[in-house]
Design a binder for this molecule. Sequence first.
Ligand code: ADE
Length: 312
Amino acid sequence: MDLFPKSYNRFKLTKFHLWINLAFFILLFISISSVRANVYKSVELTTPNIITILIKKTKTPKIGIMGALNEEIDLLRDDLKKPIIKTIAGRKYYSGTLYGRDTTMVFSGWGKVAAASTTTTLFNVFNVDMIIFTGVAGAANPTLNIGDIVLANKLYQHDMDARPIYDKYIIPLLDLIYFHSDKDLLNIAEIAAKRFLSEDLKTEISPKLLAKFFILNPKVAIGTIASGDQFVTDIKKVQALLIEQPTTKAIEMEGAAIAQVCHEYDKPFIVFRIISDKADHSAAINFQEFVKKIAAYYSRGFIKRLYPQISN
Ligand code: ADE
């Protein structure tokens, strides 16, 4: 008597079937693991018990662009594809695809508080992974001219003074003066800025306009940027600052506040500044025209050069 029905024999596992099944399960295992690795990353929280949580990992970094003046991001906004506008606390955030990358851009407003609150919203609401700040600055170092670019390697708040409890310039509780830019971002930013000046500037801005602002042979400088809630129009103020902080290259009103928030969120940032004036009595002359006709083109040109360099 046939103990097994015929159908059993038909589906009997041959060696061939076993190999096929094994290969299928190996492939399934590999693909599940790689999907998990791509979608999640583990993060350790330093709570009394270290908890490992799984969070969704963004496939490519989402970039936050901030400008301290509307005009500074005007041109970039025109290049943003499929923009979605969201207004939060009086600021308009434009999200979309910029030069192929997921981007949210915003005009931060002036001063440290405006810049810090905007940065916080970029992290908390728009989940950006890094901040690129573009704007203008006054020169603190006398070798810098109008139209030069300063990329911050570190920033401090020149109006922070909590003496006698803390030394001058120290940020209370954080116990530090300087916030450092991300080294990798700084390296690619330097290349991008240099390429913009050497290859794009003369096609982006008319020679007549460049001459009007005495922009002859602009250069890129890497150095310290000082930020404070003051538009500096007194060279004596700059000279006094240089005695205490001799490495200061440029002075502006937002950078160190953004840097502090990025430090607290542990996110990379870069601050790109175009020298618009020499922080002296003539600082405000032609300021608006410079921002609209020169700085806006620098900002767009720099970002265009920088974006392809940012790795995924
Ligand atoms: N941004 C541009 N020029 C400036 C200046 N002189 N002081 C502060 N911020 C500035």
